[in-house]
Design a protein around this ligand. Structure first.
Ligand code: GLN
Length: 241
């Protein structure tokens, strides 16, 4: 059986607030199920094919790194769009989430053109949205993370969840992230996957289904992860009172 290939896009530039932990979580939860995983670090997209990519991951970055990364992504834009439409499991964090849209306007009004893969719009303000966050997701239940972004994102797609505490996509509509086909886009660092095993397993399960690899056991013992998550939720919700 060929391994699950995780394409990690520009790990040298896009790794804010421990986003690399998402790769570690995917690898570890695959290992617990005896599923072989190979991580392919993508630093240059010239000649890159997404044909054998099973999970695509983009972390967050500062505005500068984000614009450098967009140039690399632009070269595979059509492939990436087709793969997302085809259901490739994808996780994009913060800056990685923003540049799937039409544009990102910086606080000084500079317009960074996005990839236009999705109908998403982001603009940034000087006042950043920072702190721990709890959201309620129909698919995953409660999700926790940490956010730190100037960008405010607007779209009409299904979201990752509803904000219970924190900001999410912007400070107005209480929506967080996007869940489009098997793409999960979010403002949550933390990193998000070690804190939210349901999302890690979702990406792995989808990748296995697409490759006809058994995803067993379906459930692992998540008591440690759950206890850690509930402690964060309790603290945040108590802090709000
Ligand atoms: N530069 C973007 C913003 O501040 C993304 C930051 C991030 O990835 N955390 O909105």
């Amino acid at each position: 059986m060929s391994p699950i290939k995780i394409f990690h896009f520009m790990p040298d530039k896009l790794n804010l607030y421990g986003d690399i932990g998402n790769i570690i979580a995917l690898k570890q939860r695959a290992k617990w199920r005896d599923i072989e995983v190979e991580v392919v670090n993508i630093t240059d997209t010239d000649g890159l094919s997404l044909d054998d990519c099973d999970i695509f991951f983009i972390g967050g970055g500062s505005d500068r790194e984000q614009s450098l990364a967009t140039e690399q992504l632009r070269k595979i834009k059509t492939q990436l769009k087709e793969a997302i439409e085809d259901g490739m499991p994808t996780l994009t964090i913060c800056g990685g989430y923003q540049f799937l849209g039409s544009e990102y306007v910086t606080p000084d009004g500079t317009r960074l053109e996005g990839l236009n893969i999705l109908d998403i719009y982001s603009e940034s303000k000087k006042e950043r949205l920072i702190g721990d966050i709890v959201i309620e997701s129909e698919t995953f239940g409660q999700i926790v993370g940490f956010e730190n972004h100037g960008g405010r994102t607007y779209h009409e797609y299904p979201t990752l969840g509803k904000v219970v505490s924190g900001f999410g996509n912007n400070e107005d509509d209480k929506k967080e992230g996007i869940h489009y086909k098997n793409l999960l886009g979010t403002y949550l660092h933390g990193p998000i996957l070690p804190k939210n095993h349901e999302m890690t397993d979702y990406l792995l399960r989808k990748a296995c289904e697409r490759k006809n690899i058994p995803f067993t056991p379906e459930k692992l013992n998540n008591s440690v992860e759950e206890a850690a998550k509930q402690a964060i939720i309790k603290r945040l919700l108590n802090d709000k009172k």
